[in-house]
Design a protein around this ligand. Structure first.
Ligand code: HEM
Length: 831
């Protein structure tokens, strides 16, 4: 599009220059061939002194076209767009025909007469202007021959596409539901009859085949309507067919089968011709794309065998090895073998590719490490793996670690190549952590690399901002405690009353105001984006309330609003003018206090619950809080069972005729049983029980079930639940911290972030061993030598030629044997 825009602008400039030339008195818009040949004439050379001389063929063509009066022949630009492909494929008659076919569809969109010889005149004039000294009659003959060939092909097609498009469109519109179903049903039958082996490639359900048949038919019409887009789509489709491993010999019977079918369904020869011509063009483009895109890597992917994949990629020049695995481009379309293997479920191949990409290889001149290529080509690779192939994530993360086999002073060098996890291509905070948190896998969160990079961001920048944000919260909590739980226990005085009033005003304005603003903006955001969750009972609430923290903040906001409405100080001032200023004890205030105080107590508990957020500062504390949260449901179940026993036994005891005051009536009995379960029942009262043996017996049964059985069951349940979550609790704590890091870093200014990022110096190359400076993009740390013992050099080093065009030598058998011995040695030594 940019080129086109540039061409059009060039053309406009050309027009202006022509006008200028005419004013100068030249007046001649045509270009004499003799003048051109002699190097004097030609618009290009004429204007050379006064303007920028066109240097490329396209520029010169547009310029000459304008000078020669063909500026309005826009179809020429279409030809110009395809001209390069036609010239470069002149020796390939199939390809030349394909280009002419698509070109004929493109120029069919232009109204007005199309005189192909005009293009020839401008083309020859432009070529002469570009190479005036080298141009000779042999060139003239060759280019004339080329154009005559192209013109012959185009002429045979001109006028046809419009007629065929109309006829095909009419035919497809005339199909009723039955005919459509017939077409879908029979579409593949004809193909399978002509090429029975083709059936092996279609393993999908019939409905999927109907869908493909519809698409193919749709494509034949779309080819006439929007040829440019369809040609692009077909390139992508062709690359997908490479992935399906379709041999190209099947395309001819596929087209024949479809054409035969259409022949039986229409009597309009134009519709049939249109379908045949369009489908065969689609098929030719597909076949070409498949031929160009069928690399040995793509073929190896279809076997889903790591060894085959390794063999295929071993043929790659060392400088292009990564791109063999990451990019196959045909025309404007490209496909990634790595993503394709994930998409098609060939996870063995995908695993082998990731491993191959992340092996550090070296010759004397260069280090080759595919991490940069991988993250540049696929910035979303972590997201993709989290969504579609979580099993491959550990392999990818392992590949970002280099560990020295040498140790020094009990320490070992470890390089963590985490640049692409921390920053994206624009230097902003990468969304990797967000994706990992969303994936919610506690095990991955405990991978060394994830631990390192998340701790780095947390310790370097996020924790300060997080704590800063929390300071305000702690300050309001402090004030809330003073106003609600401290000041009211001091002897009443005007000073105390005024201070209480001032602090409460602050709480209502600053804390409640802030909470209200935050809740409102979250709720509006969710409503606008139509993000809702359904509570049990079918009530829909904005999705942000699904998070525990937000729900607690919402409850706190409601409590503070209720407190404001019931605030006894305000009521005493407004209604009871005789009371002391700012007192909360007056006639009306006392009534309000009955609601106000319990709500204030709940608000206090909610404030303290929100403080638990601070536990993320330490993963140990955070993990403990999480364990409590996860096991609390067991406690809930026990309390439920206890309540059930209390109600059951209280009603049972009340049905007896006894004199024990403590068990008179269900409420009394329930209260007594509750006291007993909580060990609050006074032993002084137990004598009354002895008087009624039956009550004593029932109470004993209750105590055995409630206090002995249920309590011990609770202990057992907590034990089991703790053991189940213990293994992952640090991972869960890290997930929580990850969430907070993402939220916090989003609020950090770009300047601060860039300053911190620069301090990590990711562009500095890291040393492997003394004096051996390797690849940049990571951090080097020292770890105790016995933490992760290894005696294998993680860098594959090769001697010989260092040309990037050379393949890596195959590791020879001897090396393999020594590798095996090393692995065995490692097993014996360290396992
Ligand atoms: C002109 C010829 C053809 C056209 C226009 C065509 C078009 C399509 C389209 C539109 C799809 C839908 C899925 C996608 O977008 O990737 C598809 C899938 C497929 N095609 Fe073709 N196709 C052609 C020829 C063939 C031939 C000759 C074979 C093999 C014998 C073949 C095998 C497949 C297979 C295996 C799928 C995958 C189906 C699936 O997984 O859902 N195609 N094709």
């Amino acid at each position: 599009a940019n080129n086109k825009k540039k061409d059009i602008m060039d053309e406009e400039e050309g027009d202006e220059d022509v006008e200028a030339a005419e004013q100068d008195g030249g007046g001649e818009s045509g270009v004499s061939e003799t003048e051109q040949r002699e190097g004097k004439g030609g618009a290009g050379s004429k204007k050379a002194g006064s303007m920028q001389v066109p240097t490329t063929f396209n520029e010169m063509f547009l310029f000459n076209g304008a000078v020669m009066g063909f500026g309005g022949s826009l179809w020429m630009q279409e030809v110009l767009g395809s001209f390069d492909a036609m010239v470069t494929n002149v020796a390939n008659s199939y390809r030349l025909q394909e280009e002419c076919d698509t070109l004929s569809l493109n120029i069919a969109k232009y109204s007005g007469a199309i005189n192909l010889s005009e293009f020839k005149a401008v083309m020859l004039a432009s070529l002469r202007s570009l190479v005036p000294t080298d141009w000779n009659s042999a060139h003239e003959v060759a280019w004339t021959w080329l154009w005559d060939n192209i013109a012959r092909m185009l002429k045979s097609l001109i006028g046809k596409p419009a007629v065929q498009e109309k006829a095909l469109g009419r035919f497809l519109m005339s199909l009723n539901e039955d005919s459509q179903n017939y077409l879908r049903r029979e579409f593949f039958k004809g193909f399978f009859a002509l090429a029975p082996a083709g059936q092996d490639y279609f393993k999908q359900s019939t409905t999927r085949l109907y869908f493909i048949a519809d698409k193919v038919v749709e494509m034949t019409l779309e080819m006439y309507r929007d040829p440019k887009k369809v040609v692009e789509d077909i390139s992508a489709l062709g690359l997908r067919h490479v992935g399906y491993g379709v041999p190209t010999e099947f395309f001819a019977p596929f087209v024949s089968g479809a054409v035969e079918l259409i022949r039986t369904m229409t009597t309009d020869p134009n519709a049939e011709d249109g379908f045949r011509w369009s489908l065969s063009l689609v098929s030719r483009i597909l076949v070409r794309t498949i031929n160009e895109g069928s690399t040995i890597v793509m073929k190896a992917i279809n076997t889903n065998n790591a060894r085959q994949l390794e063999k295929a990629v071993a043929c790659a020049p060392r400088g292009k090895r990564s791109m063999w695995l990451l990019d196959i481009t045909v025309g404007t379309q490209s496909i990634s073998p790595l993503y394709w293997s994930i998409e098609s479920g060939s996870l063995e191949s995908a695993k082998a590719m990731i491993r191959d990409l992340l092996i550090i290889r070296a010759d004397r001149d260069n280090y080759y490490y595919g991490a940069d290529d991988l993250f540049t080509r696929h910035p979303d690779v972590i997201e993709r793996l989290c969504a579609d192939a979580q099993a491959l994530l550990p392999g990818l993360l392992d590949g970002l670690i280099w560990r020295s086999r040498l140790t020094q002073d009990g320490q070992r060098r470890v390089n963590y190549y985490i640049k692409h996890l921390v920053q994206d291509a624009d230097g902003n905070f990468n969304k990797c952590l967000d994706w990992l948190v969303e994936a919610g896998d506690p095990k991955i969160m405990c991978h060394q690399v994830v631990e390192l990079f998340s701790d780095l961001v947390w310790g370097g920048i996020a924790n300060r901002f997080f704590m800063f944000g929390k300071c305000w919260f702690l300050f309001t909590l402090g004030l809330f405690i003073i106003s609600q739980s401290v000041l009211q226990h001091f002897p009443e005085s005007q000073g105390i009353r005024t201070s209480t009033m001032v602090i409460r005003c602050f709480i209502y304005v600053a804390s409640l105001g802030r909470l209200f603003h935050a809740q409102l903006s979250e709720a509006i955001g969710d409503c606008r984006a139509r993000r809702f969750i359904r509570l049990s009972g079918g009530i829909r609430v904005p999705a942000y309330l699904g998070m525990m923290k937000n729900a607690i903040s919402f409850a706190l906001m409601l409590c503070l609003m209720l407190m404001l409405a019931e605030e006894p100080i305000i009521w005493c001032v407004v209604v009871n003018h005789n009371a002391n200023l700012f007192t909360q004890y007056c006639r009306d205030g006392d009534v309000n206090l009955q609601v106000y105080e319990p709500v204030s107590m709940v608000a206090m508990l909610l404030y303290w619950t929100l403080v638990l957020d601070l536990s993320v500062v330490s993963t140990r504390i955070s993990a403990f809080v999480l364990v409590c949260g996860r096991t609390v449901s067991e406690l809930g179940l026990t309390l439920l069972a206890m309540a059930y026993l209390i109600v059951a036994f209280a009603s049972a005891i009340s049905s007896l005729n006894h004199n024990s005051e403590a068990f008179k009536g269900i409420p009394n009995a329930m209260l007594t049983l509750t006291e007993m379960s909580l060990s609050m029942y006074s032993t002084d009262n137990s004598e009354a029980l002895l008087e009624t043996p039956i009550v004593l017996f029932v109470v004993a049964c209750f105590l055995i079930l409630g206090s002995i059985f249920l309590l011990n069951l609770l202990v057992a349940q907590l034990n089991a639940a703790y053991a189940a979550v213990y293994a992952d609790m640090v991972g869960y704590a890290r997930l929580d911290r990850g969430k907070i890091i993402n939220e916090t870093v989003a609020g950090v200014s770009n300047k601060r972030w860039s300053r911190w990022l620069a301090s990590l110096r990711f562009d500095e190359r890291l040393e492997y061993n003394e004096g051996d400076v390797g690849v940049a993009g990571g951090l080097q740390l020292l770890e105790p030598a016995n933490a992760n013992p290894t005696n294998v050099d993680m860098i594959l080093r090769f001697g010989g030629s260092t040309s990037p065009a050379m393949q890596w030598p195959e590791p020879d058998e001897e090396d393999n044997e020594s590798d095996k011995f090393e692995t065995w040695l490692q097993l014996v030594l360290f396992c």
